[in-house]
Design a protein around this ligand. Structure first.
Ligand code: IPE
Ligand code: IPE
Ligand code: MG
Length: 257
């Protein structure tokens, strides 16, 4: 696993940041607007965090855009969210590419309309070789779905005889999940005040530092993100070791995996 961490204003920079972008509906409600106005406003925060992460040298940014449970919302809201996803992809892909960023989408995309599936595939294809920030959009994503999907694939390999059950170690299992090529998230941020994971990256968040803010997603910006990174950089990650072991053998938060 890559362990290079760039110093940034004297703080430890997370390699991978994962964000639950929550609070769009309440942001709109506070302004007597329809919930969907909050989703539209949230797009500018997405743009800001992508630009910021790209400029400071974060390696990966994973954004939770639509959960596998969000289909339960009113049909009109779901269709606005799908339309917004499509429009944003159309508008922003060229810029991501120009900035050497790689885009990928995790989640069960087979539930999306044909046009959206096509746009996702072409954006992923276009940016595949880019070496800058990895921008990951979790859409129709659920942590339980991802784990179940990996189990299903491994089970069929056992049936095929290509793998023995004893060979299924933690590492082998993890290599069957999304984002296996990226470091696990160092920092998790949830905006909107709720303190829960809501079926986001269940496996990958095992040792991630959690940060919650009451700020609603459309109000989240570079200053807020910087605040979260500063908070993260002051923490001692122990990964099961004692604090004394960490102080003695490791510099900062890195090198423990
Ligand atoms: C997050 O904002 C966006 C999505 C879940 C798609 P919400 O729409 O959940 O906003 P609140 O939580 O109702 O305020
Ligand atoms: C989580 O937010 C999903 C996204 C931000 C896309 P929700 O608003 O759906 O989560 P719950 O329902 O409050 O747990
Ligand atoms: Mg919400």
């Amino acid at each position: 696993m890559e362990s290079e961490v760039k110093p940034f204003y004297g703080v430890q920079l997370p390699r991978h940041i994962a964000i639950i972008m929550d609070g769009n509906g309440r942001w709109a409600k506070n302004r007597f607007l329809p919930r969907t106005a909050g989703h539209h406003a949230g797009v500018s925060s997405v743009r800001k965090v992508i630009e910021y992460c790209g400029s400071v040298g974060v390696k990966a940014l994973t954004l939770f855009a639509f959960s596998s449970e969000n289909w339960r919302r009113p049909q009109q809201e779901v269709s606005v969210l799908m339309g917004l996803f499509l429009a944003t992809l159309e508008k922003e892909t060229a810029k991501l590419h120009k900035n050497n960023m790689r885009l990928r989408v995790i989640g069960d995309r087979t539930a999306f309309g044909f046009e959206l599936q096509e746009k996702i595939a072409s954006a992923e294809h276009l940016t595949f070789d880019n070496t800058g920030l990895n921008v990951v959009i979790a859409a129709n994503y659920g942590g339980r779905w991802e784990i179940t999907d990996a189990v299903r694939r491994l089970a069929s390999q056992v049936v095929d005889g290509t793998i023995n059950p004893e060979e299924i170690t933690t590492e082998v299992f993890a290599s069957n999940l999304n984002l296996a090529d990226l470091p696990e998230p160092d920092l998790f941020i949830r905006t909107g005040g709720e303190k829960r994971i809501s079926n986001f990256l269940l496996w990958q968040l095992a040792y991630t530092e959690l940060y919650f803010t009451d700020t609603l997603w459309p109000d989240f910006d570079e200053t807020e993100l910087e605040e979260a990174i500063k908070d993260y950089s002051g923490r001692q990650r122990r990964f099961g070791y004692t604090g004394e072991q960490v102080e003695k053998f490791f510099i900062h938060n890195d090198g423990l995996r």
